[in-house]
Ligand binder design. Sequence first.
Ligand code: ADP
Ligand code: ZN
Length: 445
Amino acid sequence: MKNEGITRDYSCEYFNPDIETMSRRQIEALQLERLQDTVRHCMNSEFYRKRFEEAGLKPEDIQSLDDLRKIPFTTKQDLRDTYPFGMASVPLEQCTRLHSSSGTTGNPTVILHTDKDIDEWANQVARNLWMVGLRPDDVFQNSSGYGMFTGGLGFQNGAEKMGMLTVPAAAGNSLRQIKFIKDFGTTAIHAVPSYLTRLKEVMDKEGVDPHKDTKLRVFAIGAEPHSEEQRKRIEEMFGVKAYNSFGMSEMCGPGVGFECKEQNGLHFWEDYYIVEIVDPETLEPVPDGEIGELVLTTLRREAMPLLRYRTRDLTRVLGRSCPCGRNHVRIDRMKGRSDDMMVLKGVNIFPIQIEKILMQFPELASNYLITLTTDEDNDNMTVEVELEELFTDDYQRLVALTKNIQRALKDEILLTPHVKLVPKGSLPQSEGKAVRVVDKRKVYQ
Ligand code: ADP
Ligand code: ZN
């Protein structure tokens, strides 16, 4: 039912005003109450019952938010070990949906949902879309893959709950996407950032000017790490505001964290999750501002609550207040996953660091590929990047540009990669999340 019959005040900045504007004290009181409920509910799960027994822990031991730290972490391996249904906290007959992760880093994992889980997930997504100024008179086009990938149905349900006309365009087929954008008067799109740069290339080829020929005004971009520079590029290319959207299938999917209009970090919804940032080695909490691994505890999930789930995403807390009036914690854009980290000649490097540098060169387009090889026992990195415009006839200029890029990369990552400038459109394009690194070293190990 659209908006469940509620007539909303379009001028109100908040979708869930009471929850969104809670003080820190109110948020924490609500979290403790919900944490205690969640822990009690987890005892219906064979997995957690055993975990608690092994740790000599009882639900009554959780008397404060600090007591959360007594609870052992849950890992992706635990999800794999209990595949498919071993972690459920309700009988299967109460579940109405199953999703799985896209399996970027191994076997897929299964997440179960009840009707209520799906409804609350939609509420999170609706809250985010409202937060960035969308209203029921907007037209929302979702270019995520539908199916197991949560970006499809997750945004679909959320945008519908908010009351927007929602176009399930699904992934790929840029010509069709452009036709929909024009014919339906699409004002907002959800996409992986790498896809939007591709879409713009097709628009250029077709002579479609997003400023003149479309009504686009908001993008939700996420599902993959991207730099601030990449975001700015997208915004400038289209003349559209692009808001960072974070989610993962283990936590439902999209909706977990989203930027507000201030674009000063992602608000993580603390009525739904407890956010911890821990040192990935010692697993001790790190102070606000320091980078560590994001650990999330679900506070409302029925089918499959997760306690202290290690996401492997690296980020930091930016603050716990915001000019937008929301005191839900602000989290920095993801630096990457711990598994994305490349170790080359003893130096730790994230693809996003390379992207940040490349995007500073206006001569370069947005698509790039990092290849790691072992040549005569030496690890090497090659960065291939597409040129915005071909000027292969000007050899001197190409050499100078290549050297400048190399120098800038060396300042950032402390070693000098090979840099290859290639024509626009020549690097592989994936339909979902972009593949940024090919590690050919593995065959030698
Ligand atoms: P998989 O784990 O198979 O990739 P998911 O679709 O659940 O499947 O992916 C969730 C992961 O995607 C997150 O843990 C994170 O690494 C990445 N991710 C999602 N949104 C963002 C974002 N806005 N910025 C950076 N990384 C993101
Ligand atoms: Zn804010």
